[in-house]
Design a protein around this ligand. Sequence first.
Ligand code: ADP
Length: 455
Amino acid sequence: MNSQQLFRRSRLQLAAWYALVMGGILSLSGLGMTHVLVQANWVALEREIESIAGTLHDSLEPMLPTSDDPTEVLQQIFPDLCIANQPCETNPSLIQRHTIGISDRTTYYIRLFDSQGNLLAFSPNQPESFPATLNPTAWQTLQPLAGSRYRQFTTILHSAAHPHTAGEPSHEHPSWGYLQVGRTLAAFDAELQRLRWILGGGFPLALGLIAVASWWLSGLAMQPIYQSYQRQQQFTANAAHELRSPLASLLATVEATLRLPSQQDVPAMLHTVERQGRRLSQLVADLLLLTSLEQDTSPKPPQPCCLNDLIADLTEEFSELATVSDIHLSNHRPDAEIYVSGYESQLYRLVSNLIANAIQYTPTGGAVVVNLQAQDRKALITIKDTGIGIPAAAHRQIFERFYRVDCDRSRKTGSTGLGLAIAKAIAQRHQGHLTLQSEMGRGSLFTVSLPRIHS
Ligand code: ADP
């Protein structure tokens, strides 16, 4: 499987997992919300029925007739109810909505039963298919043969002659009869149906959006990994390329040496072999240093390092090379010592790479100035030269590994293109920055900024 396929598959897997988790969370919260909503509506509906039944119960009980045939009295109390086994002719004008507390008579129905469970009276709007026998269960959901469901509440009625005293269990007290209040669930069911439609339609749509978002987000997440992978690939290719040239020339020198007719030229050839071997060894050491800097795994803790001493030492060290190249190398240091926390050998390497470059890329007669100063909480080291400068187009890539502005020239001088990459990695390892200002033909200014500590 090539890397493209691998990344595509990983992206697909990531997107699938993301969609699965998001879809799961969305379904759970959607179902939970729906359940809570339905439950809240249901409780409100039952409370409403219970409150109406309670009002009716309290207003009815004092008026309940004690006679065996309560029809006449019931007709007086509920002139709009139909009396069982009698023709039902209700006159809407007689409906006393306010007295019985039911404003919407199409929504509610009332039924009255005697203590034996025989139907005495009922609202004319009760579904016809409802049985005329009593089911004393308090709460029931009824489904008529046609039309919507009903929720029904049953409560016991006690007549004024046998009042029900508080604390007395109702099943031990002889009751007058039963009152049933029912409410149509048409509106509730319609609302439920609407919710189901919204969920049924909205859920696949939301899942589709999640799938698209997952694919896009997994692409975003994979991007830095892919870029890092590509950089790694590029680095391996560059490193192999850099190693190949000195190795090839080393092998060619060895072969030529072996074919030499006389031993006279052997020492000179061996010197070439040694030089190429050293270059190879330097290249491998630089690569290892870069890797260790990136992995950030130093067994030793950082130490306070005095930058004044470091600048003085390095200027002295490079003075000979500068003199040979006819370049004026100088430094400016403040009297007060400036300390940073870090690894001295690495900081030496950082500044020496910059000074070496400044000398290397400055023509004879030029000048290199190393300056150290404290600024706020920072220590600033600048290396300024009057050299060939770096074209603006190269400023962004200059710190990349193996990048050289003039490849041919750099290779001839034996440079590897790793110097600035190492310098930047060291600066970053010390929580610092390395920046460049340069103008072609006028020189370059490299600035290292490191967090200062008080010694
Ligand atoms: P090298 O080993 O080639 O010097 P570096 O990473 O140190 O590698 O530098 C990368 C490239 O940056 C060099 O090849 C050179 O072209 C350019 N460069 C670095 N420092 C300077 C400078 N002071 N003046 C001009 N060019 C420079």
